[in-house]
Structures are given as structure tokens and as C-alpha cells.
Design a protein around this ligand. Structure first.
Ligand code: NAP
Length: 183
């Protein structure tokens, strides 16, 4: 049976993660609102036939719930989920987890979080079938200056996290905290 992965927020900084998963043999469903941006993710993949588009607004809870149920019904249980969800949609992750846990099959969640998760880790109700792994996006100090991560650094960091399977991965650095960029 094909191994199924879901990448939420896949047409921005996680585009290369989705393409990498497809290259590694996963069937990857990519979520974002703009279908054209999702098509670009698929078109840039080495094996575009392994990338499946799911255009929706994860802020619309009932739409998201129905789409997750339909996804599991059509493609089977998701084995790996990478989620980058803006705080404007506080119910989205719980909705995804509730639907993906219905088949009672084990799956792995890589929850990609902004740097603030270092100080205030998000409270996530994790189903028993889900292995939860947090990826915190930090920053980079360069001499006297500090900057946020590039998309390539973020994608590579998430790919590293998927390989290492640690409970928490820091991409870049989160200390010294007072040196994080202010822009
Ligand atoms: N610590 C750090 O250094 C750090 C942390 C975070 C971000 N960043 C940087 O900041 C840039 C911008 O960040 P960003 O958050 O805009 O991330 P992004 O990954 O570039 O874009 C957000 C992704 O989520 C999707 N999305 C957004 N709202 C959605 C919704 N309501 N429903 C479904 N999908 C949705 C977007 O597609 P649609 O727009 O088509 O929906 C897109 O795929 C990033 O590219 C990154 O370089 C840096």
C-alpha cells in the first residue's frame, strides 16, 4: 500500500518538504488556499504524479473537517503529517487530528511552530495514535546581526526533523532569546 503524507501550508516555505517527501516515495497531499500555488508545488516535483492538491481554507472548520474525512476515505489513512498553521485558525490542528485519528492507525505529526513556541509551547491535544513532534523555527545570529530563517533553511530543517524523529527540533537557534530579530 502507498505511504500517504499530508503537508498543510505546503505552497510556501514547506514546498520543498512536500517535493522531498514525493521523491522519497510518499504520496503527498498538499494543502493551501490557492490552487495555482499548489500546482507550482506539484510542477516542481521530480515525480508530480505523487503530489495531490487539496485547495481549502483551513480557517473554515467544517470545510476542513469534511475534506479530511474525504481524504482518508479516498486515499486511506495518513501516515505522516507536516503542519504549518497560522494562529488565525486556532481550531484547525485539532480538527485535522480528530479526523485523521479516526482510522485508529498510527501516524506521525510534525508540528511546525514559530519561534514563540520556545517560550510558550502550543497546547495540542494529541490522539493516542499520533506521535507528536514539534519543529520550532528559530533565527540566525550573524555577528552583531540576527535574521529570520530562509525558506531553504526552514525546509531543510523540517526534512532533518523528519529523519531524526526527535520530540523537538530547533531550526536555527532560539538562544540567546533576546537576540531574536525584531522585524
Ligand atoms: N522563524 C522564522 O525564521 C520564520 C518563521 C515563519 C515564517 N518565516 C518566513 O516568513 C515567510 C512567510 O511566512 P508564512 O507564514 O506566510 O509562510 P509560508 O509557508 O510562506 O506560507 C503559508 C502557507 O500556508 C498556506 N495558508 C495560509 N493560510 C492558509 C489558510 N487559511 N488555509 C490554508 N492554507 C493556508 C499558504 O497558502 P495560501 O496562501 O495559498 O493559502 C502557504 O502554503 C516564510 O516564507 C518564511 O520564510 C520565518
Amino acid at each position: 500500500m502507498a505511504r500517504e503524507a499530508l503537508v498543510i501550508g505546503a505552497s510556501g516555505m514547506l514546498a520543498e518538504v512536500a517535493r522531498w517527501l514525493a521523491k522519497e516515495g510518499w504520496q503527498v497531499t498538499v494543502v493551501g488556499r490557492d490552487r495555482q500555488k499548489l500546482e507550482q508545488v506539484r510542477n516542481g516535483a521530480l515525480n508530480p504524479g505523487s503530489v495531490h492538491l487539496l485547495a481549502l481554507d483551513y480557517g473554515q472548520t467544517e470545510t476542513l473537517r469534511a475534506a479530511m474525512a474525504e481524504l482518508v476515505a479516498s486515499r486511506g489513512p495518513m501516515e505522516l503529517v507536516v503542519a504549518w498553521i497560522h494562529q488565525t485558525a486556532p481550531d484547525a490542528l485539532a480538527t485535522v487530528l480528530a479526523e485523521l485519528s479516526r482510522p485508529k492507525q498510527p501516524f506521525r505529526l510534525y508540528h511546525v511552530c514559530g519561534s514563540r513556541a520556545w517560550k510558550n509551547p502550543p497546547a495540542v491535544h494529541v490522539p493516542t495514535t499520533c506521535a507528536y513532534q514539534r519543529v520550532i523555527l528559530g533565527f540566525v545570529c550573524e555577528g552583531e546581526d540576527a535574521r529570520w530563517l530562509t525558506n531553504a533553511e526552514i525546509a531543510n530543517g523540517v526534512i532533518r526533523a523528519i529523519g531524526e524523529k526527535a520530540a523537538q527540533t530547533i531550526v536555527g537557534q532560539v538562544e540567546p532569546w533576546e537576540r531574536r530579530p525584531t522585524y
